[in-house]
Design a protein around this ligand. Sequence first.
Ligand code: NAP
Length: 259
Amino acid sequence: MDLGLKGKTALVCASSRGLGRACAMALGREGVALTLVARTAVTLEATVKEIERETGVRAVAVAADIASAAGRQAALAACPEPDILINNAGGPPPGDFHDWERDDWIKALDANMLTPIELIKATVDSMIAKRFGRIVNITSSAVKAPIDILGLSNGARAGLTGFVAGIARKTVRHNVTINNLLPGPFETDRLRENMRVQADKAGRPVEEVTQERMAGNPAGRFGDPEEFGAACAFLCGQKSGFITGQNLLLDGGAFPGTL
Ligand code: NAP
């Protein structure tokens, strides 16, 4: 399926590894010129080269912290009027809410709620003027099924979800859609690290803990980031202009509800 995206431009945040990288790769395969952002320059440069080699598109690296004002400024300087914006950042750490101070909350809100809102604010008007825009926010399955130890994430992402639900209905008449993708367990560095920590805590082999977790998912496995990237590219496609304000769960069926 040709998504009709050849020649478009995308700003893909937090994209040197994992889900953000998979979104960038999938968009690159559709002929979208890319600007990738991540903090660690060496990993980012390697990813940019790999995407350029594999897809033939032009990709620009911006080594910056997207959760900071200076980082967002650098990203927008490199790609001021993207046709596509993929919002993503690292998730807040797990913990017990008794231990979180105001600063912990502000960090989580900055990275997972206010940064995407700032970037939407900075790019949506030019999308409206061009009568084409696709914004995809990477959130979490925890928006639908909150996880107690991920309170910082549950709170910040719920805030973003509420904000998006309102404005996504205002922009769609200009062919600018805003949707959220909610990952369940996807095989990325983050998930592998979580598995290692869990295994260490339990004093069990990481392979065993990983197999157990996979077996507990209806799909019997973790998601492949490439599957996530494909869903993201689909939402960005020319023919997806009637899909807005949605929260698409990609979790292998782990969430047991009908809606
Ligand atoms: P990952 O494998 O750890 O990759 C994170 C990527 O984001 C890296 O490229 C990292 O590069 C970049 N990054 C992190 N913080 C950044 C910042 N402040 N500014 C710029 N770049 C930043 O993580 P992932 O698994 O792809 O997860 C992506 C998002 O999905 C996270 O918010 C996570 O909480 C959420 N999520 C993931 C899963 C899953 O199973 N994988 C499930 C639910 C939710 P640098 O470190 O070099 O900056």
